[in-house]
Design a protein. Structure first.
Lengths: 118, 149
């Protein structure tokens, strides 16, 4: 089993750790991967536990695509991160809208307005 | 209570008319109390004004006005988080954004409201049928375009 944590805190020699940390910091970082990320190797049908209640199972591996099965309590919401990020970004952007941005409302070419005019 | 807003000045809202977002909105975790404000912009759009931050407000609308086939599957945890007694109280709103000339709606992350207790939550749809920038309306452009025949 090939597993390890990139960064301080794991049982390695201090000097190696520092070197590893520097390498990781200077290397182009892969999307979303942080220095302290726990990296585990798993084979198909193997599972990891997160806490006592969350199970993540590798269901299938094909090329560069991994299918994960997730068992979690219903109060834990599970989302693809890019979707979650997209919605957060969109909320931030939408909070910048000002009433004057919508000043075209009187002129909006909407079906409803047209119906009202008729 | 009085709510200070950067867009509408000071507005007065009955406390029991406030909506509560126990989990906040994605990107705005601390904002749990909002007022739904009707403005002069017809009956289709409202402002969701934060009672915790004068500058935070969103244009919201009922997505079914624009997409008849849009619906939000309610998960059990949403049902419990918002303390629903009956699904008939469920209302859906989506946050609108202005993208170029378009008013868009975030149909991938709708807001579920329990009209009975005014608790609300933004949920994330699992199916990718809808986007965060679903075009709703084309706003009239500043410069009138020449009309084609």
């Amino acid at each position: 089993l090939n597993e390890g944590r990139n960064g301080p805190g794991q049982g390695c020699h201090g000097r190696d750790l520092v070197a590893a940390a520097q390498t990781a910091a200077s290397a182009p970082s892969k999307a979303g991967r942080s220095l302290n990320m726990l990296v585990l190797s798993r084979q198909r049908d193997e599972t990891i536990m997160i806490g006592d209640t969350i199970e993540v199972t590798v269901v299938d591996i094909r090329g560069d695509k991994v299918r994960l099965g997730i068992n979690a309590p219903k109060e834990i919401s599970v989302h693809r991160k890019e979707v979650y990020d997209a919605i957060r970004r969109e909320n931030k952007a939408a909070a910048q809208v000002k009433p004057e941005d919508l000043s075209g409302f009187g002129k909006i070419d909407s079906k409803q307005d047209n119906e009202q005019k008729k | 209570m009085e709510i200070r807003t950067s867009r509408f000045g000071v507005i007065s809202v009955e406390e029991d008319r406030l909506m509560t977002f126990p989990r906040g909105l994605l990107g705005f975790p601390g904002h749990t109390r909002f007022a739904l404000i009707q403005t002069g912009h017809g009956n289709y759009f409202f402002w969701l004004q934060s009672a915790d931050d004068p500058s935070v407000a969103f244009v919201v609308t009922d997505p079914n006005t624009f997409f008849k086939d849009y619906d939000v599957p309610l998960r059990n945890d949403t049902f419990e988080d918002l303390v629903f007694t009956d699904l008939k109280f469920a209302q859906i709103l989506v946050i609108c954004n202005k993208v170029g000339e378009w008013l868009t709606g975030n149909l991938l992350g709708p807001i579920v409201v329990n009209g009975e207790n005014r608790m609300a939550q933004q949920v994330v749809l699992t199916e990718k049928k809808w986007t965060t920038r679903q075009p709703l309306l084309r706003l009239a452009s500043e410069v009138p375009l020449a009309k084609s025949a």
